[in-house]
Ligand binder design. Structure first.
Ligand code: F6P
Length: 500
């Protein structure tokens, strides 16, 4: 049997404009609507031939079987011997896992209501301490939706970095007696989060807060460690070990989302994600947004040598999307071995980067239009304005967004090579009708499933992240000044000598 990648790697490569000319149905074939989101893949090089080739790859890699195993709660994270059950948090998955998620959610809701009713004193600020998946999701969602929120119950700060400068900011304007400390850590061992928690505790003590531990909640999959830290069991909000860090905003890690935006908004976020789960599970490959997106991703990394992919949010409310996606995509799929431990032998995840439009146009788009790298671009825009200023602002924003995709594709000839645009540069556009909890939930779930499909077709396990361990081990050795640290290379030893 021929390798299904061969057909993808050797496919004819017509220009994008030729693809539109050759197929009058191109736009309807390569666009679809789901959950308030319009996906336009027409400005990618996917065509009927490539779709067929990718369908063969999907069959060879048993994409359908892997998807069913994922939703059934099988141990798809084989290196760690566990399931990946973030969908169960939104009601999609094995019945036992859904039931457990529902009971944890009821607990979280009750605690949020009790806090609102003053059970922990007069809480006005929430300081959420977490890093990686324990911060990026809540930060992105709250930043995106806070402007829409009618509730605005608390001011929330999310601090991740161990750099004291990050924590100092909120500590300088939050009032200790009115601050709720939410320690968000799946493992409850992450050194950055634990040090930030200790320093916040110290800040409360110095302000003579009567019962600092009484103003603390833990969001964790290791409740015993949180209790041992000193947090009362009633304020420990657990989530299952089978929810991965970068997939955890749907679990109790989403506590600040639900507290700040209201329980209704959190529920709608979950419902929006669940709608995307159903779409991913039920739609044919050719009408399946995460699948088509992954086909395009793989075409560019595997057949066209693209090493990066750029994401531009043409909406200030979505400015943290690129940061959020970097962890989701690169921590999931930045791997060189397959799920069964063999060398991957081909590129894995591209480097995800990006920014906001229109700012990025005045900074990095020169390279996109005329540079030598092929960078598939993704534009995310919202039809309904997020501001109440003159319509001219939103109109200019969208006009610019749509112009970039058109310009990248069409290019422009010029006798002066410095002024010529080669064109044929691919982009995808996701246009949201409006930005609300449900559509944001759908958008995030779309990215999760796209990441999964990329992994499934490459044959890698997207749910572990051993690549972060070595640096942590060496940092621990340096901090402890132990033998491993003393055996380090001269360059590193000199840095230690100079600064520590
Ligand atoms: O929630 P924890 O256990 O503190 O981990 C934080 C982050 O650290 C990592 O394990 C590795 O950087 C991420 O996957 C995770 O989101």
């Amino acid at each position: 049997m021929t390798d299904p990648w061969t057909a993808i790697e050797t496919a004819k490569q017509p220009r994008l404009t030729e693809l539109f000319e050759a197929d009058p149905d191109r736009l309807s074939k390569f666009s679809l609507e789901e959950g308030g989101l319009y996906f336009d893949f027409a400005k990618t090089h996917l065509d009927d031939g490539l779709l067929e080739a990718f369908e063969k790859l999907a069959e060879a890699q048993d994409l359908a079987g892997k998807r069913e195993a994922l939703f059934a709660g099988e141990a798809v994270n084989i290196s760690e011997g566990r399931a990946a059950e973030h969908m169960a948090q939104r009601g999609q998955g094995a019945p036992d896992s859904v039931a457990l998620a529902t009971s944890f959610q009821a607990r979280m809701r009750a605690l949020i209501e009790a806090i609102g009713a003053g059970a922990l004193g007069d809480i006005r600020h929430i300081l959420h301490l977490g890093i990686g998946g324990s911060a990026l999701g809540p930060d992105f969602v709250i930043d995106a939706l806070a402007r829409e929120s009618e509730e605005g119950l608390y001011n929330v700060a999310i601090v991740s970095n161990v750099d004291g400068a990050a924590l100092e900011g909120p500590l300088s304007f939050f009032e200790p007696e009115h601050t709720l400390l939410a320690i968000a850590s799946k493992s409850f061992t992450t050194s950055e989060t634990m040090l930030n928690a200790e320093s916040t505790l110290q800040w409360m003590r110095e302000a003579d807060v009567a019962d600092p531990f009484g103003q603390m909640v833990a969001l964790t999959a290791a409740p015993d460690r949180a209790i041992a830290f000193g947090i009362d069991e009633t304020r420990v909000l657990p989530f299952p070990e089978t929810v991965g860090g970068r997939y955890s905003l749907w679990s109790s890690i989403g506590f600040p989302i639900a507290a700040a935006l209201g329980w209704g908004a959190f529920e709608r976020l979950l419902e929006g994600a669940a709608a995307m789960d159903r779409h991913f599970r039920l739609a044919d490959w050719r009408q399946n947004a995460p699948v088509l997106a992954a086909f395009a991703d793989l075409y560019y990394t595997q057949a066209r040598g693209a090493e990066t992919r750029a994401v531009f949010a043409y909406d200030e409310r979505l400015r943290l999307l690129p940061d959020y996606l970097q962890q989701l995509e690169m921590e999931s799929n930045g791997k060189a071995v397959t799920a069964d431990g063999k060398p991957l032998g081909r590129p894995s995840a591209p480097i995800t980067w990006g920014g906001v439009g229109t700012d990025a146009q005045h900074a990095v788009f020169q390279l996109l239009h005329q540079g030598t790298h092929l960078v598939p671009a993704e534009f995310i825009a919202v039809a309904e304005a997020g501001d109440k200023l003159d319509d001219a602002h939103h109109e200019q924003l969208l006009v610019n967004c749509f112009a970039q995709g058109a310009a990248l594709m069409a290019g422009r000839d010029n006798d002066d090579p410095a002024r010529a645009f080669p064109g044929d540069r691919p982009s995808t556009t996701i246009l949201m009708e409006q930005l609300d909890p449900a559509s944001l939930g759908a958008l995030i779930a779309f990215y999760e499933h796209r990441t999964f499909v990329n992994a499934a077709l490459l044959g890698i396990n997207p749910f572990d992240q051993f690549g972060v361990e070595l640096g942590k081990d060496i940092a621990r050795a340096i901090a402890a000044d132990d033998e491993e640290a003393l055996a380090l290379d001269p360059s590193t030893l000199a840095l230690i000598e100079r600064a520590l």
